[in-house]
Design a protein around this ligand. Structure first.
Ligand code: AMP
Ligand code: ZN
Length: 470
């Protein structure tokens, strides 16, 4: 029996999909104003394991992942600047170029980490009409009000606002303070924001659309309600993200989606991954969440520069349960790299096959572990113990590696190869992406040729830039 911890009901529950053997899965994707850091990637590895476990259990997974390329402000409570426009100013590029560049970089990172791509990628900027339609429905239902900076959702108009995060209980405990300004209630949030007026003295926005009588852009949460409903239907099975999404982003997605459709529950199972934390630079050396805005930002490329292979990082992540905080340290990563190397060596000594009956007990133990709220550390311990006693075959390890994605029978970490490219080649790849985004095909072909001369082939498959050594 497959069981997960469901944040919505705060308990372990057995999993039953809405429709037979197929599962609708929505995972909140990256905000593409910078590189993903290895904390972000922890969340995507956890979601990848979830998908692999569902598939191992015989389910077909319809997996949708969004790309947030507009609307996420620097403060989750709808204040500050738009992260995309800020990224554009930082790098002297257009917001559209920034989005293209970091989307491609993210897709390359997940490929390198053996994370299976979603069935559908969807960008917020490609789904503006769907978002406007949902905001209009909420206006028509009388659930919104206008302020000088946008259209807001009135959270007091629905009786169960905040149920995912138990916001009501938390406030009683902590007396949470939220900036109100023109909002009627602390938790009200923006559905649609106005662009600055021409006479405001503020820089004009690059990404804006005409709607509701003015120029503006979507709030952060509406994209996920609009795109998940478009691709997975008004009710679906599983929705995931990191735990930081529980009190604001996912809480607001639920409020919007259930109000638009009138159907509850919108999603049956909510799964959240704990954070990767790192010691801060203060004297106290406290653990803080790795964050894109912080000075503790480590990317996959940084790991490679420290001779840590991407799949060693994956192995490091799999040694911790997804609902436990995990502390980053170089020593722990080096130990994981050695551990994975040793495990692969031991696996080489196993017999290629064994009588099926001899391995039945091991298979049952393995299935019990992965189905017990994705207990991957226990599943890895099972591989180690049966490998040491030679009670399993290489064939079984290969089958189990469909869950781990660690290339346990491979000689080397082949998928690390695309990232060993030099900064010069990376620059050409970035320029080519920008040329493509601007539909400058001749420039794009010229850059491909130049990349080719340096010994690489580059192709775009489903919007993803795939780089290989010739
Ligand atoms: P973002 O690109 O900032 O929208 O974040 C992408 C994903 O990474 C979200 O699911 C976040 O919850 C998750 N995330 C952010 N920081 C961390 C961290 N330090 N550890 C694990 N996941 C994180
Ligand atoms: Zn989302």
């Amino acid at each position: 029996m497959l069981e997960f911890y469901n944040t919505l009901n705060k308990k372990i529950e057995s999993f039953t999909p809405r429709v037979n053997n197929s599962v609708g899965l929505y995972t909140c994707g990256p905000t593409v104003y910078n590189y993903a850091h290895i904390g972000n990637l922890r969340t995507y590895v956890f979601e990848d394991i979830l998908k692999r476990v569902l598939q191992y259990n015989g389910y077909t997974v319809n997996h949708v992942m969004n790309i947030t390329d507009v609307g996420h402000l620097t403060d989750d409570a709808d204040q500050g600047e738009d992260k995309m426009e800020k990224g554009a100013q930082r790098e002297g590029k257009t917001a559209w170029d920034i989005a293209a560049l970091y989307t491609a970089s993210f897709q390359s990172d997940i490929q390198t980490l053996n994370i299976l791509p979603p069935t559908i990628w969807c960008k917020a900027t490609d789904h503006i009409p769907e978002q406007i339609a949902q905001v209009q429905t909420l206006i028509d239902k009388g659930l919104t009000y206008e302020t000088s900076d946008g259209i807001y959702f009135d959270t007091t108009k629905i009786s169960d606002y905040g149920k995912l995060a138990r916001l009501h209980e938390q406030e009683l405990k902590a007396g949470a303070r939220v900036e109100i300004r023109e909002k009627k209630n602390p938790h009200d949030f923006a559905l649609w924001k106005w662009s600055p007026r021409a006479d405001s003295g503020q820089a004009p926005r690059q990404m804006e659309w005409n709607a509701f009588g003015r120029k503006g852009f979507p709030g952060w949460h509406i994209e996920c309600s609009a795109m998940s409903i478009k691709y997975l239907g008004e009710q679906f099975d599983i929705h995931c993200g990191g735990i930081d999404h529980i009190p604001v982003h996912h809480t607001n997605e639920i409020a919007q989606a259930e109000s638009v459709t009138g159907k509850k529950p919108w999603v049956n199972y909510w799964l959240h991954g704990e954070h990767l934390v790192i010691e801060d630079n203060s004297e106290a050396r406290t653990n803080v969440k790795m964050a894109k805005s912080g000075d503790n930002f480590i990317t996959l490329q940084t790991l490679i520069e420290h001779n840590i292979e991407p799949l060693s990082y994956r192995y490091f992540l799999l040694q911790a349960h997804y609902r436990k905080q995990l502390q980053f340290s170089w020593e722990a990563l080096e130990a994981a790299q050695t551990g994975l190397k040793n495990l692969k060596k031991e696996i080489q000594k196993l017999p290629p096959t064994l009588e099926k009956e001899m391995e039945n007990t091991a298979e049952a133990e393995f299935l019990e572990a992965i189905n017990d709220d994705l207990n991957i550390p226990a599943a890895l311990a099972i591989v180690w113990s049966h490998t040491k006693t030679k009670k399993i075959s290489q064939k079984t390890v290969e089958h189990w590696d469909e869950i781990f994605g660690l290339d346990l029978l491979g000689g080397s970490n082949a998928s690390a190869e695309p990232l060993t490219i030099s900064p010069e080649i990376q620059k050409l790849l970035d320029l080519r992406l920008i040329a493509r985004a601007e539909k400058k095909w001749e420039e794009s072909d010229r850059l491909r040729e130049e990349i080719g001369k340096a010994g690489y082939t580059v192709d775009v498959v489903n919007g993803e830039q795939i780089i290989k050594k010739k």
